[in-house]
Design a protein around this ligand. Structure first.
Ligand SMILES: [Zn+2]
Length: 130
């Protein structure tokens, strides 16, 4: 299972990402130019920006010019849109880092903690009197 809050934000923002052009770079690599509508300034106005997503279908690699995955470890809305455009229904495992997964066993949770009841050792009793 995926920690979904940040991924959900990206999925909700998908409506602002529209398909643009596509260029076949090689037999398996395609570069998609996507158009994103964003809000800027005060008062708010809408502008568009272009982003490039390179898709290698052989390696199932998605690289976006916004570099969100490289910086934050979260797959961006642009790559998700490119997955949709290439009919990839499941996010490849390499784009779901262990830190975002709920089904990964965390080693720091294996730390044993001793809970003492009424059988306190002498040092604890002495510390309690200070
Ligand atoms: Zn992106």
């Amino acid at each position: 299972m995926l920690n979904s809050r940040k991924s959900k934000t990206e999925c909700l923002a998908l409506i602002y990402v529209l398909p643009g052009t596509e260029v076949q770079l090689s037999e398996t690599v395609t570069e998609y130019t996507l158009i994103e509508r964003i809000q800027v300034g005060d008062p708010i106005r809408h502008v568009t920006r272009g982003l490039k997503v390179t898709v290698d279908m052989e390696k199932l690699e998605f690289t976006c010019s916004c570099r969100m995955f490289e910086h934050k470890g979260i797959l961006c809305r642009h790559c998700i849109r490119a997955m949709e455009m290439t009919n990839i229904a499941t996010v490849p495992d390499k784009y779901v880092l262990n830190r975002w997964r709920k089904d990964v066993k965390r080693k720091h949770l294996d730390v044993k903690v001793a809970f003492h009841g009424s059988d306190k050792i002498e040092d604890e009793l002495r510390y309690g009197r200070l």
